[in-house]
Design a protein around this ligand. Structure first.
Ligand code: ADP
Length: 272
């Protein structure tokens, strides 16, 4: 090569080319590694969460079989209640997993129907009433009476509200107060829940809406959990045109909130 400048430029171009190609290859491997990590995390979570209701089925059936053999005529109501509880847990897990796969495949069809946030909150509170009482918690919810309805997918919004209430209850230390508020904010409604629970460590707050993420203190305090509730909730709220956020302090409590536009009537496919 006679011209040193030309040689230098060729060397630089070749180096840049290899750098770009190298970067593509590294990114590709990272994506494969991440997909594999997600897959094993998914298998581990699903098998753990299915094992406990299935074990309950087995123990209950064992006891029923023993009682039948010994000829004792026990009242079956208690056993049936246990079966019901375990079945409901399995259905909820499977529904959440289906929702995740719909979100990822971008095939979630969202309805827009007149929906009362206050009514949905009351329904979610009714469903969790027994658990709240058993945990010695108090939930305060005194909404304004003149709040407008919003246009949203009722079942999906109920799921989001249930997830946030469930978390506030499950990550509360017994005996605390949980406060729920719904307020009008310009063209939107704000829904907010505040607990006095275990909070989220500052260093882990940036991961909180990631799929399968559980904070260290959360999984220690509450062994039951999948880390998919908040991921689904964020995706649903955003798909409905809203926004979600939180503030939290470890050992002091958390506030989770979302805002949704009051909006106009139509049906839409998520991701379009
Ligand atoms: P799960 O509760 O099933 O683990 P979520 O996706 O609902 O899954 O929540 C993810 C994680 O966020 C939880 O495991 C917990 O560590 C943390 N978290 C959620 N809500 C709260 C809350 N109100 N207080 C403290 N930690 C919370």
């Amino acid at each position: 090569m006679e011209e040193p400048e030309v040689a230098a430029i060729i060397v630089i171009l070749v180096a840049v080319f290899f750098l770009i190609v190298g970067n593509f290859i590294v990114n590709g491997f990272n994506r494969i590694a991440e997909a594999n990590r997600m897959k094993s995390e998914f298998i581990s979570i699903v098998s753990h969460q299915l094992r406990s209701p299935l074990s309950i089925f087995k123990w209950t059936l064992d006891i029923m079989e023993r009682d039948t053999k010994s000829g004792s005529r026990q009242d079956l109501t208690g056993f049936l209640k246990t079966f019901q509880g375990a079945t409901e847990r399995m259905i909820r897990l499977v529904n959440s997993l289906l929702e995740v796969s719909r979100i990822e495949a971008r095939t979630l069809i969202l309805k827009k129907e007149k929906t009362s946030l206050v009514e949905l909150t009351r329904r979610a509170l009714e469903d969790i009433k027994t658990y709240v009482e058993a945990s010695n918690l108090k939930i305060e919810f005194e909404p304004q009476s003149d709040l407008p309805e919003i246009l949203a997918d009722r079942d999906r919004l109920l799921m989001a509200i249930q997830n946030l209430i469930d978390n506030a209850v499950r990550y509360s230390k017994g005996g605390g107060i949980i406060t729920i508020a719904v307020k009008k904010r310009g063209p939107s409604l704000l829904w907010q829940i505040q607990d006095q629970g275990i909070g989220i460590p500052a260093s882990q707050q940036k991961y909180i809406f990631q799929k399968f993420f559980r904070a260290v203190n959360g999984s220690r305090y509450q062994t039951e959990g999948t880390g998919i509730g908040l991921y689904i909730t964020k995706e649903l709220i955003e798909a409905l045109g809203g926004e979600i956020g939180f503030k939290s302090e470890e050992s002091r409590g958390s506030i989770f909130w979302f805002i949704l536009p009051i909006g106009e009537e139509k049906s839409q496919t998520y991701g379009q």
